[in-house]
Ligand binder design. Sequence first.
Ligand code: SF4
Length: 617
Amino acid sequence: MIPHPYSEDSMKDLNQARISKEDRGYLFRYPIETSSESDYWNLSELPARHLRALLDLLSPTWKGEKVRIDGYRSLGEPDLVHPLFPDETREFGRSGNRLELYEPRLTYVQKLIQSLLSIIQFEYKNERIQIDGFHLKNPAQWLRPGGGAADILAQAATRCNLKCRFCYNLGSPPALKTTPRKAKEEFQEILTRIAYYVPGSKMGLFPNAGSPCEMLAHPYILEILSALRRKTGEVLRIATNGSQLTPEIIRALAQYHPLLVDVSLNSSSSTRRRWLMKDSHPEVALSAPAALQSAHIPYSVVIVPWPFPSVEEMVKDLTRTVAYSARFNPVYIQISLPGYSQWFSKEALFDREEVWNRLKAEILRLRTVTDCPLIIRPGLFEEYLDPEAVDAPRLIGVIKNSPAAGAGLVKGDRLIAINGLPIKNRTQARSLLGMIQDSPMQEASITVDRPGGPIELTLDLKKFDYPFNPRIAPFAGCVFPSSGIPLNWSEQLRNMVLFKQVREVLILTSTLVKPILEKRIRENFFPTEVKLHMRVPPNRYLGGNIFMGDLLVVEDFINAVKEYLKEGLGSPDLIVIPSSPFHMSGWGRDLTGRVYKDIERSTGIPVGLIECDPIFD
Ligand code: SF4
C-alpha cells in the first residue's frame, strides 16, 4: 500500500466541502518593518522617495503622451530642483520580494505606512499605539484579470514529496523560492481565493505562488479541486511528478473533468526513475499512463532528459521512455531540454550546446517512428537557426483521434490554405485554426503541401475521440514546433522608431530570437538613417548554462548596455527590449521583482518594450 498524503475528509466525501462565508475569511496580511535604520525616512526626503515608489507603478503623461521626469520642485521652495535619481540611487538593488513581483501596489502601501511611522506616532484615545502590519479590508478591490483556475491551483503547489536530481526549484532565484506554510492555512487561503474568483472574466486575487512544486502532494488538493470545480467549468490543468497517481487518486480526479494532467515521467525505467527522482515507489508513476488512459483523463508526458551518468545513457533512456509513453495515448509528449542556474551548481555540469543538439537530433529521429506528437521545450530551439522555418505553417505531428488526424493530416504537412484562404505563415495558421475550432462550424477544408503535391482535406470538427478534446488542445489537433514569433514585432519596432524620431537604436534580445528578428528587420522598411544595433545579454544573474531571453533580469540588461557603450559605437537614443522578461504580473517586473524602468534610470537612455508573450512553448 502506497501511503498518500490526503486528509481523511477528502477521501470520504469530496463533495462535502462547501464555500461558506467563512471561506472568504482568510486575511491577506502584510508586515510593516519599522526597526531597520534604512527604513527610516526623514521629512525632507519623503517626497522624493514617494515619487520614486510611485514611478515604479505608473508613468506620468501629458495630453495622453508619456512624460519622463527625473526631478521636482517643491511649491514651498520653487527655486530648488530635487533630483529623483541622483547617482547614489541609480544602482537600484534586486528586490527579492515576491509581493513586488505580483502586486507592487501593496509594497507601495507598505512603504507609505512605514514612511508615516518614521515621522508621526499613531494614537488611540491619547495613547500611543504600535502597529506591525495590516490586512486587506476588502479583497474584492484587488481582483485582477489573470490566469484563471491555473493561478489558483498554483497556490497549492507549495511542497514536494520527491527530490529530483535536476529539480529547478534548487536553482530558483530568491523571490521565487517556495516555502510551505501550514497546509490548513494554505487551504483556507485557497478557498478564499476561489470564493472571490470570477470565472467568466478570469478576475482573481493577485497570485503569490513561487516556483511550483508538486500540487498533488498538498494534503487538501482533492478538496481544493472539488471547490474549484464547483466554481468553474474551466479545464483544470494538473502538473504532477506522477508519484501520487494511484488508482484511487485517478478515480477521484476523474470527477473533475475537463482535466489535463501533465505527468513528469522522466524515465520509463524504474531503476532510473528511482535514481533520478528519488522516487521510492516508481511503479505508481509508471502505471499512471495506462491508468489515466483507462479513466479517459487526457494527459501529456513530460520528460526532462538529464545527461548523467552520460549523454549516451540519457539518449537511450529518452528513446525507451518515448516508446513506452506513446503506447498509452498521451495527448503529446513534451521534452524539456535540461539546464541549470548558478544556484543549482556553481560548477559547470554539462555542455548545453552539445546536450541540446544531441537531444534535438534524437527527437527528430524519434518523430519518424512515433505516432504521438513530440514537442521540444523551448520549441524555438528546434528551428531558430533557420528563420524561414520559424514562420512556416509546418506540422510536427497531429494529436491522435483529433479532427486533424481524422482528416488525414500528418507530420511534415505544410498548410497552404484553410477554407480557401491562402496561409502565408504560422501565426496566421494558428489563429485561423483556433477561430475555426472555437466557432460553431462543423467542417473546414484544409489544403496541405506534401512531397506528392498539394492535397485538399476535410476537417470534421465534431468528430474526435480520446485523447483529443477541443477544450484541452487548440488548432483541431495540429501541432506546430512552437508558436513562432508574432509578425507584429517588427511593426511595433518600426512604429516606435518612427514615433520617437530616434536615429540610433540598441535592440536587446535573446539567442533564440535574434536570427528571426534580423530577418524581419531586413524584410521590413526601416528608414535608412536609423542605425539598428542588436546585442544578446548573457543570463549572468541566473548564471549556470541558462540562455533564455525570458529569464533575463534588469541587471543583465543594464550590464549589456554598459558593455555596448564600451565598444565605442556611439550612444543609442533608444533601447528596445521584447517585454517577455517582464511578463510575470503585468507590472513590468523581472524575476527578482525589479521594475524595467531601472534600465533607463541606470543608463540614462529611454527604454521601449515590444509587447510579446514568453516563448517557452
Ligand atoms: S517533482 Fe518537481 S518539485 Fe519535486 S523534486 Fe522533482 S522537479 Fe522538484
